[in-house]
Design a protein around this ligand. Structure first.
Ligand SMILES: NC(=O)c1ccc[n+]([C@@H]2O[C@H](COP(=O)([O-])OP(=O)(O)OC[C@H]3O[C@@H](n4cnc5c(N)ncnc54)[C@H](OP(=O)(O)O)[C@@H]3O)[C@@H](O)[C@H]2O)c1
Length: 259
């Protein structure tokens, strides 16, 4: 390409140009970081939000200024009908006048709670599994026809807590362990059209919390720091365009904390 070309040079460094991505629960924190990173790589992005409408709309505006198509869609992931509508809405919004399809689903939305396992209630258990396990399945089921159009990918955001028991978060750990297994069953069931992997973050300090409060994790982490949103987003970016031969894997992004 000659330097006189009117085509922006930046397009050449956008590996996800033209790819269509749905990220759940992406108004803030890790989800927003993932959405931003993928949009910077050129992807068109639909995000879902539940309570964080203002943050979601502000993020969508920021992403649009990167020259990609965006949509912010309200969805309570406990409501199956809302999930179906949100996924269809995302595929429609990103298609413009073209064929509706999705290339990547990132099941990011999640719940986290401290609870004494001896006293965890039925309502707490069910809510945790609805958000962390059932919702990723329902979103993936709804997205599957759109992902199959050209061969797509699913990334479930699991947790180091799904690989190692944390006694004060038993229901959370069990819900993420189930999501890890769901990743593997999805990968086997939906190959070869769809590759399914899981990114399992360790301790990620999002900036909302004071870093000092997490010093004890830092001391146990071989990489000698807590994780950042960018660490998770970079791995998601890699997996978004990795070979489809990589499927069914649980990839801990934890600086070695789980070793
Ligand atoms: N932060 C960490 O250190 C860490 C460690 C390991 C794993 N992870 C995993 O990484 C992912 C992102 O982490 P995070 O800390 O950024 O998550 P987060 O802030 O706790 O939650 C992300 C979003 O999930 C959405 N959400 C929760 N319940 C929902 C529901 N019923 N319907 C629709 N949306 C719902 C919320 O949307 P609204 O705000 O719009 O309501 C929230 O903003 C999660 O899956 C988490 O389990 C995080």
């Amino acid at each position: 390409m000659s330097l006189a070309s009117t085509e922006p040079l930046i397009l050449k460094s956008r590996p996800l140009q033209g790819r269509r991505v749905l990220v759940t629960g992406a108004a803030k924190r890790i989800g927003a970081g993932i959405a931003r990173c993928l949009a910077e790589a050129g992807a068109d992005i639909a995000i879902t939000y539940h309570h964080s409408r203002a943050d979601a709309e502000q993020l969508a505006e920021q992403l649009e200024s990167l020259g990609v198509r965006t949509a912010a869609i309200a969805c309570d992931l406990h409501e199956p009908a809302q999930i179906t509508a949100a996924v269809a809405g995302a595929a429609r919004a990103l298609a413009g006048s073209g064929q509706e399809r999705l290339d990547l689903l990132v099941n990011n939305a999640g719940a986290f709670e401290t609870a004494d396992l001896e006293h965890v209630s039925v309502a707490q258990w069910d809510a945790m599994f609805q958000t962390n396990t059932r919702a990723p399945l329902l979103v993936a089921q709804a997205a599957l026809p759109f992902l199959r159009v050209e061969g797509g990918r699913i990334l479930n955001i699991g947790s180091l807590g799904g690989l190692h028991p944390w006694a004060t978060h038993g229901h959370y750990c069990a819900s993420k362990a189930a999501l890890h297994m769901l990743t593997q069953t999805m990968a086997k069931a939906w190959a070869p059209e769809v590759a399914v992997n899981c990114v399992a973050p360790g301790m990620i300090v999002t900036g909302a919390e004071a870093e000092e409060g997490y010093a004890h994790f830092l001391q146990k982490t071989p990489m000698q720091r807590n994780g950042r949103v960018g660490d998770v987003a970079e791995v998601v970016l890699y997996l978004a365009s990795a070979t489809m031969f990589l499927t069914g894997q649980i990839i801990a992004v934890d600086g070695g904390l789980g070793l």
